[in-house]
Design a binder for this molecule. Structure first.
Ligand SMILES: [Zn+2]
Length: 419
């Protein structure tokens, strides 16, 4: 034990009038100890020779209320009243409020204002709307919708420092509870910006299940990509001086293992959908804890961002990351490869993918720019394009094989349109 921690333990013990061993410290002393460690967190380190020994604690922003269940949105209006919010700005898109009638009724009979969100707004557009949101003087921002809505309110909430309440109507990526927003720039590319975490999250599984299934596939593809993100993080820690944040890693691993270990995964099962939503939430919190996207974004995300540039039209983020996760697992010769392929195949994931993803020539273009997407050490640094193209070929063949050998009922909904 380092000197700094020992000092805290002794200080805490003596403050309770007891000279005890650590194991006998009373509950009250432990609480006092924790308080002191938190208060003194910036000083809980010292040098041992040239090496900095850091015992500081870490504080992060996570939602105070997370409700994930059937009819969760019924609790939103009572929650706003309980929190005494008087002037709420509700950001949403056409027709979405009709999915949630009690919120719609509450807005009609209140002073809450509505802000209509554009589909995939770019940064300039968001900046131009800041004044109008500010002039509403909202005491909370509520975002009801998919990625565009949630990104918009996270952006406004972060800059204007207003509490955020998110009501995702889709579970298509881990942005439902993350400190990151994806916005388009004038040059057509997207960038990830820092944002604030929500104060509360109401994920209604009945609403999420009623959305087109392609969004659930995308959520699955984004959640499962944490496997390769962690492999890349470990590879970087072995090869460079990058440090792993072990708690963030634990959260990320919990996120994907909850899906891999689910017995009889099936999107018709509301428990599985709830597990997927919780997995995406945990993934988002792992990024908040790490202070960056490392626990949930590795080479598979770099390929996906490169694909955003190469493809003429935009595809769902999670469709791309899920597919590239398979390619990268193959590159690692990971034990997870077959299990992930089987899970995705059984659920019909591959049938939801755009055919361009399976095209070798396009993948070659994606590879060319993938390493310049982000300054992040991954397995892409260790393999050349020819090696990765061979791995891509093998992965596509094995996906086809897995689909053709799936049970007849599964294969009916699983047929790959092209390859
Ligand atoms: Zn992602």
């Amino acid at each position: 034990m380092g000197q700094a921690s020992f000092f805290h333990l002794r200080a805490a013990s003596s403050a309770k009038g007891k000279l005890t061993e650590i194991g006998l410290i009373s509950i009250g002393a432990i609480m006092l100890l924790e308080t002191r460690l938190l208060i003194r967190s910036n000083r809980s380190f010292y040098f041992e020779g040239d090496e900095l020994i850091d015992h500081s604690t870490k504080s992060i922003e996570i939602p105070k209320y997370i409700i994930v269940k059937n009819k969760a949105t019924e609790e939103l209006v009572p929650f706003l009243e309980m929190m005494r919010f008087k002037n709420v700005c509700i950001a949403t898109q056409e027709n979405l409020l009709e999915l949630i009638p009690d919120i719609y009724d509450a807005i009609q009979s209140s002073h809450h204002s509505i802000y209509r969100v554009e589909e995939r707004p770019n940064l300039n557009h968001l900046m131009s709307k800041l004044d109008s949101i500010h002039d509403m003087h909202p005491d909370a921002l509520v975002g009801i919708g998919g990625g565009s809505v949630l990104d918009t309110v996270k952006f406004f909430g972060h800059i204007l420092n207003i509490p955020l309440i998110l009501v995702p109507t889709l579970a298509s990526n881990d942005g439902i509870c993350s400190p990151v927003v994806s916005v388009k720039l004038d040059n057509g590319r997207s960038d990830s910006l820092r944002a604030r975490m929500p104060f509360a999250l109401f994920a209604d599984t009945s609403v999420i299940c009623s959305a087109p299934k392609k969004y659930l596939f995308a959520g699955l593809g984004d959640a499962i990509s944490n496997i390769t993100a962690i492999l890349d993080w470990e590879l970087s820690a072995q090869t460079t001086d990058e440090q792993i944040d072990y708690f963030a890693k634990t959260l990320s691993v919990m996120s994907y293992k909850s899906l891999l270990n689910f017995k009889s995964a099936n999107f018709g099962d509301v428990d599985f959908v709830e597990t997927l939503v919780n997995s995406l939430i945990t993934s988002g919190i792992s990024m908040e804890y790490a202070g960056n996207s490392r626990p949930a974004s590795g080479s598979e995300h770099m390929l996906s961002h490169a694909a955003d540039v190469v493809f003429d039209r935009s595809f769902l983020h999670g469709h791309q990351t899920g597919f590239y996760t398979c390619v990268i697992l193959k590159a690692y010769a990971s034990d997870f490869y077959e299990k992930v392929l089987q899970l995705l195949c059984d659920l019909g994931f591959f049938s939801s993918l755009p055919e361009e993803l399976f095209d070798r020539a396009t993948f070659s273009e994606v590879l060319k720019i993938s390493r310049s997407i982000r300054n992040r050490y991954t397995i892409l640094n260790t393999l050349n394009d020819d090696q990765l193209l061979r791995i891509f070929d093998d992965t596509v063949s094995e996906i086809k094989y897995a689909i053709s050998h799936a049970s007849s009922e599964i294969s009916k909904r699983n047929t790959l349109r092209t390859v």
